[in-house]
Design a protein around this ligand. Structure first.
Ligand SMILES: Cc1ncc(COP(=O)(O)O)c(C=O)c1O
Length: 392
């Protein structure tokens, strides 16, 4: 017989979900069907026979397939030491430390590095993992409008000469708008106002920059940033993330980042998977050109049809439809046409900017991109004629 307490907790949960239903914001787990526009497997490595073979061999070779404990207890192995060294070379930094997810990397990094006497300048569209890390750090936050460097400079100027430490936190490729931060300008502002810089390269890893080594390298910034975050669950078709930076930063994190210290290591074969994915990805310039070329062409076609693709310049192409209803209806229409496309709504994006988020991969054929644009145009015409009938 359930207790009253249990029943009342459950009633509150139902109430909360009904509230989300009412606002068209309830999320559900659903399997992907159709041409996949929701995947972050940008280079198609998740289905690569070469990567699958490397993983199978690593499992065969492995003495054990469990992580067995935190890296500070029994989880440390030669495989992790090696892959961290390889990754630091790839990222162009002195050292790298692996975390079991990008979420954990950002939370562990920010909460252990920044404290309540510091101030963080954060782009308003930074990912939830960065936001949660900042919250946990207890630092004062100054949120600047998305990519607005004048506002960032004004905010930095107000703190000029203050005794506390300052740090700017930004993504290099933004996950929702797909736009790219002007990193050189941000780094110049950081230096001008004596602030440090932390860059999340999650959507740039293996996709952007020379051999996919990220945008900090393209902008020549690797020695001017406090930390770079590269994730392995997206274009590297694996899991986890590296925080890259100086050797002293790595030592600090090993000693203070709670998401590193108090979490079980991933199994050692995962290090081999990441190492193999990295090697494959470095040689995939052709795929990167194809991916970014397709994204540019899609963006152009959508804009030519009058759709708002925000400021995107990457493999992520948003179609901003503003209302939750429009985004949901467009997504449903595209799903019926055989495309796996999801509507992205607040709180993931700011109110009034509900959208479709088209995440391109090299697995999507060019004809499918043209078909998708035609399907969206057809949806919009249908909507317009329904609206005319409603108002007639
Ligand atoms: C910008 C950014 N940082 C961090 C993460 C978290 O990475 P992970 O999925 O490995 O936890 C994501 C995931 O979507 C992301 O988009």
């Amino acid at each position: 017989m359930p207790s009253d307490a249990l029943a009342s907790w459950k009633a509150r949960l139902y109430e909360g979900l009904r509230f989300l239903d009412h606002r068209n914001q309830r999320r559900n787990l659903a399997e992907i069907r159709g041409v996949n526009f929701c995947s972050n497997d940008y280079l198609g490595l998740a289905e690569s026979a070469a990567l699958q073979k490397a993983v199978a061999e690593a499992v065969q070779r492995a003495e054990r397939v469990g992580g067995t404990g935190s890296r500070l207890l029994s989880g440390q192995t030669e495989e992790w030491r090696e892959v961290e060294e390889e990754f630091a070379k790839f990222a162009g930094t002195e050292a790298a430390l692996f975390f079991t997810s990008g979420y954990g990397a950002n939370v562990g990094l920010l909460s252990s590095l920044v404290g309540k006497d510091d101030v963080i300048f954060s782009d308003e569209q930074n990912h939830a993992s960065l936001i949660d890390g900042m919250r946990l750090s207890g630092a004062r936050k100054v949120i600047y409008p998305h990519l607005n460097l004048n506002a960032l400079e004004d905010a930095l100027r107000q703190e000029a000469g203050a005794p506390w430490r300052k740090v700017i936190v930004t993504e290099s490729v933004f996950s929702m708008d797909g736009d790219i931060a002007p990193l050189a300008e941000i780094a110049n502002l950081a230096e001008k106002y004596n602030a440090a810089l932390i860059l999340d390269e999650a959507h740039a890893t293996a996709v952007q920059g020379p051999s996919g080594r990220g945008l900090a390298i393209s902008a020549g910034l690797t020695h001017r940033v406090l930390a770079l975050i590269h994730t392995c669950g997206k274009a590297l078709a694996s899991a986890g993330a590296f925080v890259c930076g100086s050797a002293v930063l790595k030592d600090h994190l090993v000693n203070h980042a709670r998401t590193f210290i108090f979490s079980t290591a991933l199994p050692p074969y995962m290090a081999a998977q990441i190492g193999a994915a990295l090697q494959l990805a470095e040689g995939m310039d052709r795929e990167r050109d194809l991916l970014l070329g397709n994204a540019a062409a899609l963006r152009e076609s959508l804009r030519a049809e009058g759709f708002d693709t925000a400021g995107t310049g990457s493999q992520i192409v948003p179609v901003v439809l503003h209302s939750n209803e429009a985004a949901l209806e467009a997504a449903e229409h595209l799903q019926r046409e055989g495309f796996a496309v999801r509507a992205i709504r607040p709180p993931t994006v700011p109110p009034g900017t509900s959208r479709l988020r088209l995440s391109l991969t090299v697995r999507i054929a060019e004809e499918e991109l043209s078909r998708l644009v035609r399907a969206l145009v057809a949806w919009r015409s249908h909507e317009a004629s329904c609206a005319t009938t409603r108002h007639a």
